[in-house]
Design a protein around this ligand. Structure first.
Ligand code: SF4
Length: 682
């Protein structure tokens, strides 16, 4: 709850809503209706009083002069960004009439499109899910970020579970794999630094020499998408040198004989060729893993954004099992902790799938929205998409293969409603833009995927202008549609109480956060949440994991690689969070302009100097940005930073102009980091 402090200021407890594993607890200072200060809650153990640079600016973002404060109706062509102010009544009446007319023919022709613009249970898929279930709209497969790794983790451990982030401080070896933690997981980095001070060895595995790699003892710059091959090469060495914990394997890991045979085919030499590293690196890394305890892996989602991302996560998740790292609370692996919340998070009570009433609408994959918006009706696809309702997402900027996405949103016969805080690229294509509140203006509750605390977010200020919480927008829309189910009128507090079970809601609200009661070393004695309690090597429906090469690589697509010889990854720019914060002036000023990093050798052969304007291109499109010539990029790999708003880039595009819509081996996810390009002077 908020506390009154001196001179009429209030300090209000809240939680960061952004798509970040840290899910910080924050304190917002309010003076005369404005938030004047944001700070991390010093009492919350994993936040320890510090917010990241981005969210320290959350007050600037909330009180930004460009905030959308009124409902707006488009008056210019799609994409022109020309809108006029309308009243809520007119907007909702027209939207409801348009949706009703479509639903009378084919409710599945209406598609919700949302992701993690907020991770809150109430303002995320709370009332929105109830509304779309009642409507019978298409369902959305929310795959754009983490489903390859998430499904792989479930296949291996039985759920998205892992180490407690706090105990990385006790690890003696930490492999930071596919994560620029200083940028995207800074509170984990605090624990890693503590471990380092106590003598731990830190190894960063990442195609880019990141700011995190700079501060580790070793950086392994493997080629993008070869992580599964590296895991098999490490297994080869663990087996060959007898660095296995056979007792742990016998007791707690399902039959792994077939994996042993597969791993023995991956000598350090073969592994090194595939990964673009030296055999000695494979041998040394395996020795570390096999001989230093406790060993821990902080895996993050960057590495699973390639064709074989799911298999790679399965293979990496087996490494701590081979060496018995789970015996220690400072050992094991953390990719996601979200599965630990299964006993307190009640998705059924929150989203009310019973409102479907026996209907089974089709599912649209959000990662192929570019193609799906352009499909005609057909027996396999179902009805053509006639209406999109977008909330908590900016697909024009973040979905792969932008040219297709833009073409889909530009359809004149597509009715599009966007709930937003700012006039994003996607909002430019809306028929109506409805102003949504920020986290400082609404109530919410949060679980996390990087720690094991439930958090409460108390609204700090009243909604600005005529902005409304997502929940209230869907409540009002439901009323206009004539839906009279009582649950569609539930308040935000009722939604929050429905979302959480088996915890003291009032105590959570009072304190702002509560820790799940979990053992420190959850799998020291096995007990994985699989049907038989053992790690699954041969997972049902998936078989034994194997290395799956990129769609786009010199070996798998030699003709393509001759024309587009550079592999591109697109990690987030340090001061943006996906496409959020790009419009916060102070943060954009730090980033400067969209950049692509090239190794000096690759730049020299193309006559490109540092700071030159370049074209990055492939057969899908062209993206203009500024070249940064630096050995942060390894030879043959370029780093194109995301996710800039298209309209803020020099030629009205962003890096997703180049990415494609093919999907990962597991989890139906996009392959943002499996992408060949060429770079030339603009
Ligand atoms: S973005 Fe992450 S690190 Fe930054 S305040 Fe939010 S949860 Fe914390």
């Amino acid at each position: 709850m908020s506390a009154v402090t001196t001179a009429g200021t209030r300090v209000v407890r809240g939680a960061c809503p952004h798509d970040c594993p840290d899910t910080c607890a924050w304190l917002a200072t309010v003076e005369a209706g404005r938030v004047t200060r944001m700070q991390g809650d010093p009492e919350h153990p994993t936040t320890h009083g510090a917010l990241c640079t981005k969210v320290s600016r959350y007050a600037e973002r909330t009180h930004h002069p460009d905030r959308l404060l009124y409902p707006m109706r488009r008056v210019g062509p799609k994409g022109s960004g020309r809108f006029e102010r309308v009243g809520w009544d007119d907007a909702l009446e027209d939207i409801a009439a348009r949706l009703r007319a479509i639903a009378a023919r084919a409710p599945e022709a209406i598609v919700p499109y949302s992701y993690a613009g907020t991770m809150g249970l109430v303002q995320g898929e709370g009332m929105a899910a109830r509304f779309f279930n009642r409507l019978g709209a298409s369902r959305l497969d929310r795959t754009i970020c983490s489903s390859a790794g998430g499904d792989a983790l479930i296949a291996t451990y039985g759920a998205k579970v892992g180490m407690h982030v706090e105990f990385f401080a006790e690890s003696r070896l930490i492999l930071i794999w596919g994560s620029n933690s200083i940028t995207s997981n800074v509170h984990f980095w605090t624990y890693a630094q503590e471990a380092k001070r106590r003598g731990a060895r830190l190894v960063c595995i990442d195609p880019r020499r990141t700011e995190t790699a700079d501060k580790c003892h070793q950086h392994v710059a493997l080629l993008p998408g070869t992580d599964g091959a590296l895991a098999l090469g490490l297994m080869h060495e663990l087996i060959a040198n007898d660095w296995l914990d056979l007792d742990y394997l016998d007791r707690h890991v399902g039959d792994w004989g077939s994996l042993r045979d597969r791993a023995m085919a991956w000598s350090p030499e073969r592994c090194a060729v595939e990964c673009g590293i030296e055999p000695a690196v494979v041998r040394g890394l395996a020795r570390d893993l096999g001989t230093i305890a406790p060993a821990a892996i902080r895996l993050n989602y960057g590495m699973q954004r390639a064709h074989g991302g799911g298999n790679a996560v399965r293979l990496i998740a087996l490494l701590p099992c081979l060496v018995g790292a789970w015996r220690h609370r400072g050992g094991g692996l953390l990719l996601s902790s979200s599965g630990w919340f299964r006993d307190v998070k009640d998705t059924v009570a929150l989203e009310r799938p019973d409102l479907l009433g026996g209907r089974r609408p089709r599912t649209i994959n959000m990662s192929t929205i570019g193609d799906d918006l352009q499909r005609d009706a057909g027996p396999a696809f179902g009805p053509r998409v006639e209406a999109l309702v977008v909330y908590n997402s900016n697909p024009l900027a973040v979905a792969p293969q932008s040219r297709q996405v833009v073409a889909g949103f530009a359809r004149d016969d597509l009715f599009c409603v966007v709930l937003e805080q700012f006039q994003t690229d996607t909002a430019d294509y809306a028929d109506y833009v409805l102003p949504a509140t920020t986290q400082l203006e609404h109530l919410d509750v949060h679980t996390a995927y990087g720690h094991t605390y439930v958090l409460f977010n108390e609204p700090a200020i009243a909604p600005l202008g005529e902005a409304l919480p997502n929940s209230e927008i869907f409540r009002r829309l439901a009323r206009r549609m004539g839906f009279d189910d009582p649950c569609l009128a539930d308040s935000d507090e009722q939604l929050a109480r429905a979302a959480l079970r088996a915890l003291d809601f009032d105590a959570l609200r009072q304190r702002g956060w509560v820790r799940l009661p979990l053992p420190d070393a959850p799998f020291a004695h096995g007990g994985f949440p699989t049907p038989d309690g053992r790690v699954q090597v041969d997972a049902p429906g998936l078989g034994v994991p194997d290395y799956v090469a990129n769609y786009e690589s010199p070996r798998t697509a030699p003709e393509l690689a001759r024309r587009f010889p550079l592999a591109m990854i697109s990690p987030p720019a340090r001061h943006f969070l996906n496409s959020s914060f790009v419009n916060v002036t102070s943060l954009r000023a730090i980033e400067g302009q969209p950049q692509v990093e090239l190794h000096p050798q690759d730049a020299a052969t193309r006559g490109i100097a540092d700071g030159a304007r370049v074209r990055v291109f492939n057969e899908r499109g062209t993206y203009q940005c500024t070249a940064a010539v630096t050995d942060r990029a390894r030879p043959g790999v370029v780093n194109g930073f995301g996710v800039w708003w298209r309209k803020l880039g020099p030629d009205g595009t962003n890096v997703n102009e180049l990415t494609h819509q093919r999907l990962t081996d597991i989890g139906r996810a996009p392959c943002f980091y499996d992408c060949l390009v060429e770079v030339a002077l603009a």
